[in-house]
Structures are given as structure tokens and as C-alpha cells.
Design a protein around this ligand. Structure first.
Ligand code: KIV
Ligand code: ZN
Length: 455
């Protein structure tokens, strides 16, 4: 059975850029837009043209040079904003005007100071005007999840009648719970006339850490566009993370039978590029793109990984563009991982010698936390020369070991894109100039395992 196709609407350059410390200049935005194109997103929200001349120019330049995806420009629900967005989008192969207006009573009363009637009229008029300029018009009722539901239905129905082709339902303040958000999408589908003619979109913020869960709940209730950002950057706690949504669908097609056009191997490079441009590092334990997402330090985990990566990884690092898994050599590491790293460094040990290397390694790791190749080589040398240990892992001639990060590349079946099911053995490479060893790989052929690997 065909899987429904989910449109990935990337708003890294608009909502993402609004997060503190994440602003980008025009050349940086253009570079990232080109990467988003390689990544395969369907829509790039390139900016908010009325907001500044820089935003206008970025939308204009991206529209002129990135031709495959739809390029969207944001506009408040007023003529000046819509005209400015349209002006910036002139060179686009596939332009979209994205109009928004808050609909919750809190926003109407305290921010906009307008009545519901005025709000309804303004939304309708702005969409009508945008439609007179551009065939592709999206409307967002800002703070939709805190809007009175019958009123929200009324607004959505009005903008569809006025020509909107996509209706986006923002959880602007990240307040919704997954069931509730899914229920809201279902209610709109049941109650709003004409809704079946438009694409329903999710736009979830992460204030309670539920942006991805809410987006997926929306998709399960019929939304077919998801708005998200690389690394989940965005206002306050951020937006739904693009890489997490895409990989949730890819790793768990038994629960989420949907397709996206995202090229998984570009996820990690996109995340790295964004971090490099904004100088905002990715949180180490960030799902999919954090530096620890494929790192294993505990001995039991390392042992399992070396026997079969399925034991502790639900997707391959290559499937998201991460060059390799990392076994961090630290005090939790086991003998097996240590022996492999020694082999990669060109040293094979008999059981008794390995015991001695391991004993010294544990003492050292306890002291310096992460053992680098250089430390390990010194330690191996000491054992080989029969130097006595001074009790802290170093030989009695008293080497000092500074704390430093060390990681061990895991055996992998093949380079990115290879099918794991064909792999029977893997080449393990050390760093340049170091020995490589062949490690037998366990087969895994069941369908269950195939989906676990995101193949
Ligand atoms: O969070 C929000 O409501 C928005 C809208 C402008 C779509 O970003
Ligand atoms: Zn937002």
C-alpha cells in the first residue's frame, strides 16, 4: 500500500532564525537554503520580508537561486506585508505567501486589541488579497491551540473560501498535548467545509518538549505538511526538529506509514552547517544529530555493539549522514572494546597481556575520564617493556596523562548508502596510518530488523 507523502516545510530561516543567537546574514542564509535543497525539503520559509531589509534581500536571493522547493515568505494579515512578501518572491520558481493572524482571545484582547469579528474579516481579506497575487497561499491562525474551537473552525472555513491552499495550525506557545493536538486536527477535518481541498499543516513549538510528538499526532489525524527546523531551533524552546520527525517516520513505519522526500544522509551535514553558521552548538545528547547520538561508552553496550549494532542502535549512523558510531574509551569500557582499539592501533595481545593492559587502562580511565589513542599507545609500550605501573595506570617513569576526548570508530558494514543486509564483514579503520582489521558482522534479515535500521 502506498504511504501518504508528507510535505516537509522547513522554517529554520524564519522561525528558527528568531531564536536568540541564531540570526544569520544573507550569504549565510543562502548557503543554508542550498543545503536545505540538497536535503530534499519541500518548502523553505526563507524569511519575513517586511521585518527588515536583510530579510527581504534573503528571500529575494533564495527565490532567485533555489529553484526546486517552494519558497515561502511570511506576512502578517495586512496589505503592506502581503505586498512586500510578494515583491520579495518575484523571482521564485514556486512562490508561496504565508499569511498569519492570531485568533486566540488572549492575543485578540491583549496584543491585537480587536474583536473576533474584526479578526475573521481581516484574515479573509488578507488571504483574498494574497490569492489575487499568488496561487499558493498558506494561512496560519497564530495561537490556534488556545483558540476557541468553534471560532477557529469559522476562521479556517473563511480563509479556505478566500483561497488558502494550506491551513497551518500553530501550537505557538507549545501548550498542547499530543492527543489534544491530534484531536484538534480531527475536529477541523470533521467540522470545516472545504477542508478536504486544502493541505492541513502542523507547526508545533517545544515549550513542554512535545513538539515532535504533537506534530506526529497531527499527521496521524490527517495533517500532510509538517513545519519544522534543523536542530529544532526556534523561538524559546524551539520548533519541532526536522531530523527527529523524518527519522521517527523512517525508523517506525509500523506506526507512521508516511513518506518524505528528505535525503537522510544530508541530515547530519545540515545540522553541522547550521551549528557552524550560527555558532550555536548542538546539544550533545540531541536525538539524531547530537555528538553522543551514536556514541557508546558503557562496557556492556560496547560489547553488544561489537557483536551486532542492532543491540543498541535503532538506526545506522550512515542513514542520517553521521560518519560512524563512536565507542568512547572511558572507565565504563570493557575488555572487548579495548582489545579492538589495540588491534586497530596495531597491537594484538595474548590473554595475560591484555589483562595487564586492561588493568592499567581502567586505573588510568578512572583518573583522566577519556583515554586517547596516544595514552593507550604509551600504556601498551609500558606493558611491552615490562615497566611497572606506578598505581595510576602510568608506568613508573611517571608520564602525565592530560584529560582528553577519545573515541573508537565502530565496525561498519559499508559506506553510507550501503544495504546492511548484504554485509557479512566490515573493515575497521583506525586513524590515518593505523592498522585496519576485519570484523565479522552478524546478518539480520527479518523485516522487523529492516525497519529498525531505517532501510
Ligand atoms: O508559532 C507561530 O504561531 C508562528 C506563525 C507565524 C506560523 O510561527
Ligand atoms: Zn512558530
Amino acid at each position: 500500500m502506498d504511504r501518504p507523502r508528507i510535505t516537509i516545510f522547513d522554517t529554520t530561516l524564519r522561525d528558527g532564525e528568531q531564536s536568540p543567537g541564531c540570526s544569520m546574514n544573507v550569504p549565510e542564509k543562502l548557503r543554508l537554503a542550498q543545503q536545505l535543497d540538497r536535503l530534499g525539503v519541500d518548502v523553505i520559509e526563507a524569511g519575513f520580508p517586511i521585518a527588515s531589509d536583510g530579510d527581504f534581500e534573503a528571500v529575494q536571493k533564495i527565490a532567485a537561486s533555489v529553484r526546486r522547493p517552494i519558497i515561502a515568505g511570511l506576512a502578517r494579515a495586512c496589505t503592506g506585508d502581503v505586498n512586500r512578501a510578494w515583491q520579495a518572491l518575484q523571482g521564485a520558481a514556486r512562490p508561496r505567501i504565508h499569511v498569519f493572524l492570531a485568533t486566540s482571545d488572549i492575543h485578540l484582547k491583549y496584543k491585537l486589541r480587536i474583536t473576533r469579528e474584526k479578526c475573521l474579516e481581516q484574515a479573509r481579506e488578507a488571504v483574498r488579497h494574497a490569492k489575487s497575487l499568488c496561487a499558493d497561499v498558506e494561512f496560519s491562525p497564530e495561537d490556534a491551540t488556545r483558540t476557541d474551537v468553534p471560532f477557529l473552525c469559522q476562521v479556517v472555513e473563511a480563509v479556505i473560501a478566500a483561497g488558502a491552499t494550506t491551513v497551518n495550525i500553530p501550537d505557538t506557545v507549545g501548550y498542547s498535548m499530543p492527543e489534544e493536538y491530534g484531536q484538534l486536527i480531527r475536529t477541523l477535518r470533521e467540522k470545516v467545509a472545504g477542508i478536504d481541498k486544502v493541505t492541513i499543516s502542523t507547526h508545533c513549538h517545544n515549550d513542554l518538549g512535545l513538539a515532535v510528538a504533537n506534530s506526529l499526532a497531527g499527521v496521524q489525524q490527517g495533517a500532510r505538511q509538517v513545519e519544522c527546523t534543523i536542530n529544532g531551533i526556534g523561538e524559546r524552546a524551539g520548533n519541532a526538529s526536522l531530523e527527529e520527525i523524518v527519522m521517527a517516520m523512517r525508523v517506525r513505519p509500523d506506526r507512521y506509514r508516511y513518506e518524505t522526500a528528505v535525503a537522510g544522509e544530508h541530515l547530519y551535514p545540515s545540522s553541522q552547517m547550521l551549528a557552524e553558521i550560527t555558532r550555536v552548538p548542538v546539544q550533545p545528547n540531541k536525538a539524531i544529530t547530537g555528538r553522543n547520538a551514536f556514541a557508546h561508552e558503557a562496557g556492556i553496550h560496547q560489547d553488544g555493539m561489537l557483536k551486532n549494532p542492532l543491540t543498541y542502535e535503532i538506526m545506522t549512523p550512515q542513514s542520517v549522514g553521521v560518519p560512524d558510531s563512536r565507542l568512547v574509551l572511558g572507565k565504563h569500557s570493557g575488555r572487548h572494546a579495548l582489545a579492538l582499539r589495540c588491534e586497530q592501533l596495531g597491537h594484538q595481545f595474548e590473554r595475560r597481556d591484555l589483562d595487564e593492559v586492561y588493568r592499567r587502562f581502567v586505573v588510568l580511565a578512572d583518573r583522566i575520564k577519556k583515554v586517547q589513542d596516544s595514552h593507550l599507545l604509551e600504556l601498551i609500550q609500558d606493558v611491552a617493556n615490562g615497566n611497572a605501573s606506578n598505581g595510576d595506570g602510568a608506568a613508573s617513569h611517571g608520564k602525565k596523562f592530560p584529560p582528553a576526548a577519545a573515541s573508537l570508530p565502530l565496525p561498519r558494514a559499508a559506506a553510507a548508502g550501503a544495504n546492511f543486509n548484504d554485509a557479512h564483514s566490515a573493515q575497521v579503520s583506525g586513524s590515518a596510518g593505523q592498522a585496519t582489521v576485519s570484523i565479522p558482522f552478524t546478518d539480520h534479515h527479518s523485516e522487523q530488523e529492516d525497519y529498525l535500521w531505517g532501510v
